[in-house]
Design a protein around this ligand. Structure first.
Ligand code: IMP
Ligand code: MG
Length: 224
C-alpha cells in the first residue's frame, strides 16, 4: 500500500482503472446527443476527474466549452452539513444550452441538486450530470444522474482531486487513509488508564482528539 505524507493509503480505484472508465464515460457522453455542450466542473474536488474526462472527450471527437462553479459545504466531521453555498458562479449565458455538470462524488446529492437548480435557473435547456463516484443509498432526496464512473463504498475517500483538509488531491488514484492503528491503540490504552472515578477521560467532556478530527484524523472543509 502506498505511503503518502506519512500515512498509509488503501487504494480503491487505481489510475489504470479510472482511465479506462473515463474512456467509456466519454463514449457514453458522445452518444448522448447533447447540443451546444458546456461542461461545468464543480470545484474543487472534481478538477482532476474533469481534466481527464475532457481529454477523453477530445479523443472521441467532442470539444465542449468549459466553465467552472465552486460550491462549498462546511463540516468538521466529514459528514455532509446539509448547507451548500455558491462560491463562484458561471460567467456564460446558458440560455438554450446543454450543460454537463461534473463532480467527484455523489453522496447525499445536495451538492448536485443545488448546482442543477442553479444552472436550470440560469436558463440551461438541459442539465446532465457526470460523477466519478457514487455512494449508493446515501441520497437525501430522489436524484438521478446521467453518467457514473463507479459505485463507491461508504468510506471517506481521497485522491484524484479529493482531499482531506486539502491534502491528497494530487494522488493519481482514489483511496482511503488508513487509521494510525498503533497510535490509536496506544492512545486507547492510555485513555482507559487515565479515566477518573466518575468514568470521564482526563481529556475532558469534548472527547478525544481523534473524535474532534474526523475519521482519518484530518480537519476537513467538505464539499469542495
Ligand atoms: P453531497 O452533497 O452529500 O452529495 O456531497 C458531495 C460532495 O461532498 C462532493 O462534491 C465532495 O466534494 C464531498 N465528498 C463526499 N464524500 C466525500 C469523500 O468520501 N471524500 C472527499 N469528498 C467527499
Ligand atoms: Mg465536491
Amino acid at each position: 500500500m502506498p505511503t503518502v505524507r506519512g500515512r498509509t493509503i488503501r487504494v480503491l480505484f487505481d489510475a489504470e482503472t479510472i482511465a479506462a472508465r473515463n474512456r467509456e464515460m466519454a463514449a457514453e457522453i458522445a452518444t448522448a446527443g447533447y447540443r451546444k455542450l458546456l461542461v461545468v466542473p464543480i470545484l474543487k474536488g472534481s478538477f482532476v476527474f474533469a481534466a481527464d474526462l475532457l481529454r477523453a472527450l477530445h479523443d472521441v471527437g467532442l470539444s465542449p466549452e468549459v466553465e467552472f462553479i465552486q460550491l462549498s459545504s462546511y463540516d468538521a466531521q466529514q459528514v455532509s452539513s446539509g448547507h451548500v453555498s455558491l462560491v463562484r458562479d458561471v460567467e456564460s449565458d446558458l440560455a438554450g444550452r446543454d450543460v454537463l455538470l461534473v463532480d467527484d462524488i455523489l453522496e447525499s446529492g445536495r451538492t448536485i441538486a443545488f448546482a442543477r437548480d442553479l444552472l436550470a435557473r440560469r436558463g440551461a435547456r438541459k442539465v446532465a450530470v457526470a460523477v466519478l463516484l457514487e455512494k449508493p443509498g446515501k441520497l437525501a432526496q430522489p436524484l438521478t444522474v446521467d453518467h457514473v464512473g463507479f459505485p463507491c463504498p461508504d468510506v471517506f475517500v481521497v485522491g484524484y482531486g479529493m482531499d482531506a483538509a486539502h491534502a491528497f488531491r494530487g494522488l493519481p488514484f482514489v483511496g482511503v487513509v488508513e487509521e494510525r492503528r498503533s497510535r490509536t491503540a496506544r492512545a486507547g490504552a492510555r485513555g482507559s488508564r487515565a479515566r477518573s472515578k466518575d468514568g470521564r477521560s482526563r481529556r475532558g467532556a469534548s472527547g478525544s482528539r481523534r473524535e474532534s478530527r474526523g475519521r482519518a484524523g484530518y480537519r476537513s472543509r467538505r464539499g469542495s
